[in-house]
Design a binder for this molecule. Structure first.
Ligand code: KE4
Length: 426
């Protein structure tokens, strides 16, 4: 494919923007090569500045559950924009959005809106600490919760020791209350909770891990977390920025039947515009300013434009949506497995609903250690092979693929034919 214009733009971007991108994963550094520059998108398709067309399985990292430029969402944005984009004073749409989330997610009795998933998680962590008057937070290896200082942390030397910064610019002091344990490891959680009894404010987890590919909780793991956090008066925090409204109308907590104490949302609830949210029981949420002592704020939080886009997106979700996403996901997963088997390429396909990942490894993947065994060189060849066939999947082995309601039978068949062609040459 000719990508001359993208190459010229990337050269300019490199002079003006660090790495030429406004978010690192977009730079294709995990797969090599240079990113294309998108100029328009419609449904399951995206076009670059050289007019190359791609079937898009990144879906702007999750928000595009209805595909791109859904006419209902676009019209809602157009209509709201004509009345002003932000007022900095309450507006009816933010009340409607809050109520919509509360109605969809039973564990949420009150919700605060903000402008990104990172902000939602950062605020939920602060709230958990303020509410419990405890400092320590437990997170899981391989889970990404946005670029929150205290969560940019890798496991300490031992599971019982506090984490070490996983980014420059994060002082040790900022992660000295963060403990990192392996996903799906009940014994490690039990050890850490015992060693820090009475000091753990919250355990935060992606109920389906979507930032190291896709892996899910082993049967009983979430129930275990619910029980041990209740026993210790520690808050169970579900980071549903990616899974919320995607895996079910009530998110992963509906799918797995678990009631967390706090939930974080983003992506889909913004309809493609910047939005985040976090919510929980009244007595916890009322610890937030202006009612309570935990400060949290945002100039554009709840702005009518993002609310209009998010509400339009949420209102398009119904039982049919999830049946369709499941059936498309199933078809893609089945086809992918069959093709890899015939091509004798070791691939483990993990899928939960419309979140999917093809790990280039033969073993099962239940945590980061398993995921890291994947053959990244082979994945990179797979990625670029598909890109040349007009299929854009996440530019990293350690990301989730997203299916939208715009990925119908035609799109899935086209994708599987491209995968067959590429897989045979790996
Ligand atoms: P944002 O601040 O990027 O809106 O949300 C952070 C975040 C929080 N929690 C979860 C579970 C998330 O997946 C994310 C962001 N997801 C990544 C995708 N791997 C966004 C893509 C990017 O960083 O460019």
């Amino acid at each position: 494919m000719n990508r001359e214009k993208s190459q010229k733009l990337f050269a300019q971007a490199l002079n003006a923007i660090p790495g030429g991108v406004n978010s690192p994963v977009r730079a294709f550094r995990a797969v090599g090569g240079e990113p294309f520059f998108a100029v328009r998108a419609q449904g399951a398709r995206i076009w670059d500045v050289d007019d190359n067309e791609y079937l898009d399985y990144v879906g702007t990292w999750g928000p595009a559950i209805h595909g791109h430029a859904n006419p209902v969402i676009i019209e809602a944005i157009r209509e709201a924009a004509g009345r002003g984009t932000s007022f900095g004073i309450p507006n009816p749409l933010e009340v409607e959005m809050a109520q919509w989330i509360i109605d969809a997610v039973p564990s949420v009795q009150k919700v605060r809106l903000c402008n990104s998933g990172t902000e939602a998680v950062m605020s939920a962590i602060r709230l958990a600490r303020g509410f419990t008057q405890r400092d320590n937070i437990i997170k899981f290896e391989g889970c990404y919760h946005g670029h929150v200082d205290s969560l940019l942390v890798k496991a300490g030397s031992g599971a019982l020791t506090f984490g070490n910064p996983d980014s420059a610019g994060v002082p040790n002091a900022f992660v000295q209350h963060t403990l990192v344990v392996p996903y799906n490891d009940e014994a490690a959680v039990r050890r850490v909770m015992e060693a820090h009894r009475g000091k753990v404010a919250g355990i935060i987890i992606e109920p389906v891990a979507g930032n190291a590919g896709v892996y899910e909780p082993r049967p009983g793991f979430l129930e275990f977390l619910r029980q041990i956090t209740s026993e210790h008066d520690t808050l169970l925090i579900f980071d549903e920025v990616m899974t919320g409204f995607r895996l079910a109308r009530g998110g992963a907590q509906e799918l797995y039947g678990i009631t967390p104490d706090l939930s974080c949302f983003g992506k889909i609830i913004g309809g493609g515009l910047p939005v985040g949210a976090f919510g929980g029981r009244r007595e916890t949420m009322d610890f937030l300013a202006p009612l309570g002592p935990v400060y949290q704020a945002g100039t554009l939080s709840g702005n009518p434009l993002a609310m209009a886009a998010g509400l339009a997106s949420l209102k398009l979700l119904n039982r049919e949506t999830y049946k369709q996403l499941e059936s498309s996901g199933e078809a893609l997963e089945k086809g992918l497995r069959e093709i890899a088997t015939l091509a004798k390429v070791p691939v483990t396909v993990n899928r939960v609903g419309s979140m999917i990942c093809a790990y280039f490894t033969s073993g099962s993947v239940w945590n980061l250690e398993d995921a890291m065994r994947s053959d990244r060189v082979r994945f990179a060849k797979f990625f670029h092979g598909l890109l040349e066939e007009g299929i854009y999947v996440a530019p990293s082995q350690f990301e989730a693929g997203f299916i939208s309601t715009a990925h119908g039978g035609v799109e899935i068949d086209l994708t599987l034919r491209a995968i067959e062609k590429v897989m045979s040459k790996l």
